[in-house]
Design a protein around this ligand. Structure first.
Ligand code: NAD
Length: 318
């Protein structure tokens, strides 16, 4: 049976270690098993975080290097294995499609030997490709495979807009949808700031220059590459995103967040995974919403579909 407090993290480098430490700090688990091809790294991360367990800020979480057997009773499996794009490289996650599809297959063929019950949180890039591969090539419940997708872009969007108006980003509601990557787009029709309509925001703030929506969208896509070029990798933002989803599932929140899954006929799409608003509860993705999009937003969603499909084709994925 499933141990509600058990998390397995696969891939324990920049991203996996950040996820580990946020889960520990937020007290979202009682046991965390770490798996990496490089088991020394997993052992090192397990020890380092375990050394903090006598702090009054920590619950006593059992953190240990693991094997795929640990998936048997895990409530969550977080997949962060496989390379990232590196500083100075072509800024497009899709070029990792072939390499990381293979890694996803090798990992998932181990996971399915032990469980079909755990919620799988996908982080590895290209996120939509990775999510599609594991969802379609393995007999695993689709509702239990959740790609973090454009939740991260949504956080970046809220930050950029909030900085522009010098306000709390939590005042901003609105979603970035589509591809986790260069074809992410803002569904402007969904954006609202504390009840102040996005169209009137410049007026309320007495801004003479109208918000340049194109710049905002470019900014939220560029954000990842800026972080990678500045510090070498991204890990903190995505770790927060992973925890957001884990909490929504653990507490059966029925919260609506943008995330990636294989499209099930929404907008007539089936051959890719993409992010749209989805309701998250203890059983995983319990509902997906075909939110009404403006014509130009619809065009951007189609562009996202095309580029993700092309990457899947390039990696030989049906
Ligand atoms: P990294 O290259 O530093 O680490 C990858 C780790 O995966 C290494 O420790 C490696 O040993 C391990 N690994 C490789 N193949 C494995 C296998 N078959 N089984 C187990 N472990 C294996 O990369 P990183 O910076 O930690 O990033 C990890 C992934 O997360 C990348 O694909 C990156 O693009 C992605 N990422 C996604 C988001 C997002 O929003 N979805 C954000 C940041 C990073």
């Amino acid at each position: 049976s499933v141990n509600r407090g058990k998390v397995v993290i696969i891939g324990t480098s920049n991203v996996g270690s950040a996820v580990l430490n946020k889960i520990a700090d937020f007290q979202l688990a009682s046991e965390i098993a770490l798996i990496d091809l490089d088991m020394d790294r997993a052992r090192g991360e397990a020890l380092d975080t375990s050394h903090a367990m006598s702090s009054p800020y920590c619950t006593n979480i059992k953190i240990h290097p693991g094997t795929y057997e640990d998936c048997r009773d895990a409530a969550f499996i977080v997949i962060t294995a496989g390379p990232s794009i590196l500083p100075g490289e072509t800024p497009d996650r899709l070029k990792l499609a072939s390499t990381n599809s293979k890694i996803m297959r090798s990992i998932f063929s181990e996971i399915v030997k032990y469980t079909k019950d755990a919620m799988v949180i996908m982080i590895t890039n290209p996120l939509d490709v990775a999510t599609y591969v594991v969802s379609t090539e393995f007999d695993y419940p689709r509702a239990k495979i959740l790609g973090t997708g454009t939740m991260l872009e949504t956080y970046r969007f809220r930050y950029i807009l909030a900085e522009h108006y010098a306000m709390d980003p939590k005042n901003i509601h609105g979603y970035v949808l589509g591809e986790h990557g260069n074809d992410a787009f803002v569904a402007w029709s969904t954006v609202n700031c504390a009840g102040l309509g996005i169209d009137h925001l410049d007026e309320y703030f007495h801004f003479e220059k109208k918000l340049n929506r194109h710049d905002v969208e470019q900014g939220l896509i560029q954000a990842a590459y800026d972080v990678i070029n500045l510090k070498g990798f991204t890990n903190t933002g995505i770790a927060m995103v992973a925890c957001r989803f884990i909490k929504a599932i653990l507490y059966n929140e029925h919260t609506i967040l943008p995330c990636a899954a294989v499209m099930n006929g929404e907008y007539g799409m089936k051959d890719v995974a993409l992010s749209i608003p989805r309701m998250i509860a203890q059983d995983g993705i319990v509902r997906s919403f075909e939110v009404r999009l403006a014509d130009e937003e619809m065009e951007k969603l189609r562009r996202a579909q095309k580029s993700v499909r092309a990457a899947l084709d390039g990696a030989g994925v049906k």
